[in-house]
Design a protein around this ligand. Structure first.
Ligand code: GLU
Length: 370
């Protein structure tokens, strides 16, 4: 992988973000932003996955209890999302840090073309130094609003942006052996290996929904699984501690740390391998092969001499040079578009196709060397 900067995904659930005064917990957001600003100063790229739209919307609608009606919840989310983002924007602007709102649903991650679109736009935001603030697109999708308070969405985002670290912030110290609100003897589990068969995941998750926001432990464990599979270091930690993220940065013991056995490159290779055989083959010249494999560059149309196969935008394609496979990655163009632009300079692509498109055929972030 050619990524230079470390990348973190930080997830904040409704139990932290929602507040009594105007539906938003401004002091939590303030502390979070202060820490994120310190991470950015260290050259770390940060994505925030934040809930809180439903809670903010309920406040705006003067609803004191969470509605049972799904449609009303969706309406609350649509209303509250504006204030939620405004809350983050105001705090970040104190440090002259730009933010962006990105609403994503699980379908965007499952669908190959939309996956690539979402990934490319998030990576562009990060390259621009912007902090994307992601929420589930609750008004068109119901997964997290129904089950998870964004836990599994955040876990999936870790893979989407190739994050190195994933911190799920909650209102508890971490994951306990049992529900700490019910059982006095519940112990904080400082380290969890999800592959360890002896660990009583059922006991940990049993009855604990509601303890840590609406998602509870079940969805946090599921999110941790997704994150570990993507090769990211993963924590569940107390978001009420105003130093929680900076302590992670300093390498201190924080909350619950999930142990994983894979590194990022391994995970990515396994993931790419799991997508099956490439849908197309691109023949690239020696210059492009060298640029990809030695300089970590993207694949540009100018370096492609021929192509075979029928593939769509977002499909996996293999890059060959002198009969050797050099790399695999996700194409920003379908086969017939690519046929028109091979050999061209990047700045000639839009004129040739007649519409705005990517500058590279496979972005370096979407390439894995074979
Ligand atoms: N995405 C939702 C939000 O931001 C999830 C939280 C919930 O369902 O209460 O409000």
């Amino acid at each position: 992988m050619s990524k230079q900067q470390e990348r973190w995904v930080i997830k904040a659930g409704s139990s932290l973000v929602a507040g009594k005064d105007d539906g938003i917990n401004k002091s939590f957001i303030k502390d979070l932003v202060l820490q994120v600003q310190q991470l950015l100063n260290e050259g770390i790229q940060v994505v925030i996955v934040s809930s809180g739209a439903v809670a903010k919307g309920m406040h705006e609608l003067d609803l004191t209890e969470r509605p049972d009606s799904l449609n009303l919840l969706q309406a609350a989310a649509a209303i509250g999302q504006l204030g939620l983002i405004e809350g983050y924007k105001t705090e970040f602007s104190n440090f002259e840090i730009k933010t962006a709102q990105v609403l994503i649903s699980h379908d965007d991650i499952a669908n190959r073309t939309r996956y690539l679109n979402a990934r490319n736009s998030l990576l562009t935001l990060l390259e621009l130094g912007v902090v994307p603030i992601i929420n589930e697109n609750d008004s068109v999708s119901i997964e997290e609003i129904s089950f998870g308070d964004n836990d599994t969405l955040a876990g999936a985002i870790v893979g989407l942006v190739d994050a190195d670290r994933f911190v799920m912030l909650t209102d508890e110290e971490g994951v306990f052996s049992q529900d700490p609100k019910k059982y006095k003897n519940a112990k904080l589990l400082k380290q969890i290996n999800l592959d360890d068969q002896s660990i009583e995941i059922d006991q940990i998750t049993e009855g604990s929904a509601g303890v840590l926001g609406r998602g509870g432990m079940k969805t946090k464990i599921k999110a941790a699984r997704l994150s570990l599979d993507a090769g990211a270091q993963t924590w569940v930690a107390n978001g009420n501690d105003p130093q929680v993220l900076t302590n992670v940065l300093k390498g201190q013991e924080v909350g619950t740390f999930f142990e994983g056995s894979r590194d990022k490159l391994q995970s990515r290779k396994t993931w790419i391998a799991s997508l099956g055989s490439p849908k197309g083959q691109l023949i690239i010249d020696d210059g492009a092969a060298k640029a990809i494999s030695e300089e970590g560059s993207s694949l540009l149309p100018v370096g492609i001499t021929a192509l075979t196969g029928e593939f769509k935008k977002g499909d996996l394609v293999a890059c060959h040079s002198q009969s050797n496979e050099v790399a695999r990655g996700f194409s920003n163009f379908n086969a017939s578009e690519l046929d028109q632009i091979i050999g061209l300079k990047s700045e000639e692509i839009n004129t040739k196709l007649g519409y705005a498109s990517a500058e590279e055929v496979i972005h370096r972030d979407n390439l894995v060397l074979s």
